[in-house]
Ligand binder design. Structure first.
Ligand SMILES: Cc1cc2nc3c(=O)[nH]c(=O)nc-3n(C[C@H](O)[C@H](O)[C@H](O)COP(=O)(O)OP(=O)(O)OC[C@H]3O[C@@H](n4cnc5c(N)ncnc54)[C@H](O)[C@@H]3O)c2cc1C
Ligand code: FES
Length: 320
C-alpha cells in the first residue's frame, strides 16, 4: 500500500464493527472478536499495542433507555488482517477486512451488554485511540512484559508485534487473582504463540507462583542478572504499575506503563482522565529509588486517553 494512500487515512474514527466470535476466557472473562471492513480496516491496520477502543455498550437507536450513556474503553488485545472480502463470484476482491480482539472482565451494565452480543451483530466503536508502546531500536534488546488482570490483553498484542518484528528475547509475567478468573492455559498459549515464555502468578496460589507478578519478576531478576538491562513494558492496576515503576527505578531499567483511568469521552475533551506527571527533564533525571514528588519537580497534567495510555514510568507522579 503506497504511503500516499495511507496518509489520506484518518488516525482514528467512529466505525461499526461486526462480531465474528465470542468465547470464554475464564469464569468471568470473555474474548470478543470484531471485524472491520473498508476504511475502518485500513485505519485499524496501523494499530499499535497499548491503543484502545471505546465501545458504545448499547444500541444507538435505543432512545428510550440510553443506558449506559458513556462509551466504555477496552484495550485492543490483537489485530489480524483477514485479506480482501469476496463479495461473490462477480466481485472476488471486495473490501479489505481486519478483525481485532477485546478480552474483558464482566463488571457492570456495559460489559453485561457486551456479553450478550452474538456473531453477526454490530457494535459502534471509536478507535484506535491513544498512543501505543514504542519498541526498542535494537532487535537484540531483552524485553520483559508484565501484565495484571485486564492489563494482560495489551501484553498479548505487544508480544505478537515484537515477535513479528524480529525481537527474539522476550519473557512475560502474568498476574491474576485466581486461576478461575483467566484461564492460565489460554494465557500461556497466547504467549507461547509468540515464542515468549510466561510465568503466571496468582494471589491465592491456585496456579503458578504464589504472590503477585512484580514479586515474580523481582525473583526472576535476582536469579538472572543478565536481564538487568531489559526494557520493561507493563499494564495492569495502578498499584501494580506503581510497584513495577519503583522496581524499574531501583534497578535503572527503562519502563513503559500502560495506564488505566476513569474515562468518559476517550478523545481529549472531558478531562476526566488526567494524571499528574513530572516535566520531561526532571522525569529523566529521576534516578533514586523513591519516584516521588521532589522540590524541583514541576507537576503537570496529561490525559491518559490522548497523551497516553502509555507513558514512561518515570514521568508519572505515583504518589499523588
Ligand atoms: C484505557 C483502558 C483500557 C481498558 N481495557 C480493558 C480491557 O482490555 N478489558 C477489560 O475488561 N477492561 C478494560 N478496561 C476497564 C473497562 O473500561 C471497565 O471495566 C468497563 O468500563 C466497565 O464497564 P461496566 O459498565 O461493565 O461497569 P461499570 O458499572 O462502569 O463499572 C463497574 C466497576 O468497575 C469500576 N471501573 C470501571 N471502569 C474503571 C476503570 N477504568 N478503572 C478502574 N475501575 C473501573 C467501577 O468503579 C465499578 O466499581 C480498560 C479501561 C481503560 C481506561
Ligand atoms: S476521557 Fe475525556 S479527556 Fe480523557
Amino acid at each position: 500500500m503506497s504511503d500516499e494512500y495511507q496518509k489520506e487515512l484518518p488516525r482514528r474514527g467512529e466505525f461499526v464493527g461486526r462480531v465474528i466470535s465470542h468465547s470464554d476466557f475464564g469464569a468471568r472473562s470473555k474474548c470478543i472478536s470484531v471485524e472491520l471492513t473498508g476504511t475502518a480496516a485500513r485505519v485499524f491496520a496501523r494499530t499499535k499495542a497499548g491503543q484502545f477502543v471505546q465501545f458504545s455498550c448499547r444500541n444507538l437507536d435505543e432512545t428510550r433507555s440510553p443506558v449506559p450513556l458513556l462509551r466504555r474503553p477496552f484495550s485492543i488485545g490483537g489485530v489480524r488482517s483477514d485479506g480482501p472480502k469476496s463479495n461473490g463470484p462477480d466481485e472476488p476482491n471486495g473490501d479489505e477486512r481486519l478483525s481485532f480482539d477485546v478480552i474483558y472482565q464482566l463488571l457492570g451494565p456495559g460489559t453485561r451488554w457486551l456479553e450478550q452480543r452474538r456473531p453477526n451483530e454490530t457494535i459502534n466503536l471509536l478507535g484506535p485511540l491513544g498512543n501505543g508502546f514504542s519498541l526498542p531500536q535494537q532487535r537484540q534488546t531483552r524485553i520483559i512484559l508484565i501484565g495484571g488482570g485486564v492489563g494482560l490483553p495489551p501484553m498479548f498484542f505487544l508480544a505478537n508485534q515484537l515477535f513479528r518484528s524480529g525481537y527474539k528475547d522476550t519473557t512475560a509475567f502474568a498476574g491474576i487473582q485466581t486461576a478461575a478468573h483467566f484461564e492460565p492455559e489460554i494465557i500461556t498459549r497466547k504467549f507461547d504463540e509468540c515464542d515468549c515464555p510466561c510465568e503466571i502468578s496468582t494471589d491465592d496460589g491456585s496456579y503458578g507462583f504464589r504472590g503477585n507478578a512484580v514479586e515474580a519478576l523481582e525473583e526472576f531478576l535476582g536469579k538472572n542478572p543478565d536481564w538487568q538491562q531489559a526494557q520493561i513494558y507493563a499494564c495492569g492496576p495502578g498499584v501494580m504499575l506503581k510497584a513495577v515503576a519503583a522496581l524499574a527505578q531501583r534497578r535503572g531499567m527503562p519502563c513503559q506503563v500502560c495506564m488505566e483511568a476513569y474515562m468518559s469521552c476517550g478523545i481529549g475533551i472531558c478531562q476526566s482522565c488526567a494524571v499528574r506527571v513530572r516535566d520531561k527533564n526532571s522525569a529523566e533525571q529521576a534516578v533514586d529509588d523513591k519516584p516521588q514528588h521532589k522540590a524541583n519537580d514541576k507537576p503537570q497534567y496529561k490525559l491518559v486517553c490522548t497523551n497516553g495510555p502509555v507513558f514512561d514510568s518515570r514521568e508519572i507522579m505515583w504518589d499523588e
